[in-house]
Each structure stands twice: as C-alpha cells, then as structure tokens.
Design a protein around this ligand. Sequence first.
Ligand code: NAP
Length: 254
Amino acid sequence: MRRILILGGTTEARLLAEQLAARRDLAVTLSLAGRTANPVAQPVPVRSGGFGGAEGLAAHLTREHVDVLIDATHPYAAVMSGHAAAAAKSTGVALLALRRPSWVAVAGDHWIDAKDGGAAVQALGEAPRRVFLALGRNHLAPFVAAPQHFYLVRSVDPVEPPLAVPRARHIVGRGPFAQAADQALLTAHGIEIVVSKNSGGEATYGKIAAARSLGLTVVMLRRPSLPAVPAVETIADALAWIDHGQATFAEREV
Ligand code: NAP
C-alpha cells in the first residue's frame, strides 16, 4: 500500500484526492491548514492543522510512513511549499508540486503588476478610489496604510477584526464565482479598481473577466517565488506522475 499525503486547501487537491480515493493500492490523506471554519467535504481522510514547520512535517512523513508528498497548496501558500520541499529533501520522500498555471492578460485587460502588498497599495494612488479586495485575510494588512479608499473585501470566512479603515464593506463568499455575478457585484458597489492574486484556475476568474468587461484596472499581486521541485499543472499529469513518472516509487516497489 503506497501512502500519499496531499497538502491541500485547493480545488485541485480535492479533485486529485477524488481521483485517487477508490484506488486500493493507495492510502491517501489530505492535509488542511485548518483555517476555514466550514471546509468543504473531502473524498479521503483529512488531517487538519499545521505540522510545526518543516521539521514537524518531516517527522510526520516518517511517522506515518508517507511514500509520496503532493504539494497541492495554493500558489500563494509559499511557506507551506517551502516546508514541503525541505521536509521531502531531509526525509527522501518523493515530492510533486501541483501548481495551477497563472492567468495571462488577454486583449482588453488592464493589469498592473504589484510585487507585493505595499506595491499594490501604491498602485491605488493617492486619490480616494472604490476598491475590490479579493485577497483573503492574509493579504489585507497593507491596505490599512491607505485609509482614503473605500474597500469591498470578500473572503471565505469573516475577517476578524475587520480591516481598520473608515470605509470598508466585508462580504463572505466561497467560489466558484461566475463572471456575471462578479460583474453585478462590482457595479453595485461602484468599484473602480480590483486587487487580486494571480491564483489561476477557473473558480475565481470571474472577477478578472468582469473587470475586463467593465474596463476596470486590476492590480495583480505577483505570485511568490516557490521552491524548484518537480511540478505539474494538471491533475491528469499528477496522476501520470504518481503511476509512472516517479523513480523513487519504482525503486521501492522492486
Ligand atoms: P502558508 O502561509 O504557506 O503556511 C503557513 C502555515 O500554515 C504553514 O507553515 C503550516 O503550518 C500551515 N499550513 C499551510 N497549509 C497547510 C496544509 N495544507 N496542511 C497543514 N498545514 C498547513 O499558507 P496560507 O497561505 O496561510 O494557506 C493556508 C491554506 O489555505 C493552504 O492549505 C492553502 O492551500 C490554502 N489557500 C491559501 C490561499 C492563499 O491565498 N494563500 C488561497 C486559497 C487557499 P506549520 O508550519 O505549523 O506546518
């Protein structure tokens, strides 16, 4: 029985687990950070909460006799990806990263590349604007430095405490978000500029397409740099790698 640990918190992790769940030759566990109050149901057993850094993860991999680690975390979960790379290296456990490709601007898009939250704040300018922050709780703090703007903040769970600015509206919502609904949302709140991560994938692309339709600028928070490890972009490629492409597996099976 091969033991696979998937670091999740993404749609891709859930879908990969779904594909592997019925396999009798695999024991698959999905790991969540445990931040979301009501996580969606998962097709395989779930463990929840941090491991205690790279060393904690390495100890977990050894203790649970994990053969393969799949880092299917969100592309902005760079700390976890760093820990996965370090723990795989120190334990010799095979590691594959499943990373969605970035969105690429198309005709009609007006994107401003922001290297970090501070640069995103700068990109909003001095004059008061009506801003949609589609960022999640981890990335909101820099915007407190620009209290002149109105912020519409959308997150999966309520932001506690709320963003400390005079004019903010917080809404909760879990994707997928359709373009039409996001367009209606941006219009209803008179949004002039959107701040987004370049998450990739379909589920949260609605706001990007909506901004294009409305002629709005998107301040795109650049992806963090991630460790150089074997990586694929699709679930199909991850499945192929698990079954055929991974030397350590082959050696252990002999
Ligand atoms: P992060 O900053 O890279 O990681 C911070 C710490 O959270 C890690 O050091 C680890 O704690 C714990 N952690 C993160 N992912 C974990 C997982 N899958 N299983 C167990 N522990 C995990 O992570 P983050 O950006 O806060 O993201 C947290 C979770 O939300 C991830 O599962 C990610 O896939 C998901 N998510 C993130 C974003 C985003 O924009 N960042 C968006 C959608 C979903 P220890 O050091 O104690 O092990």
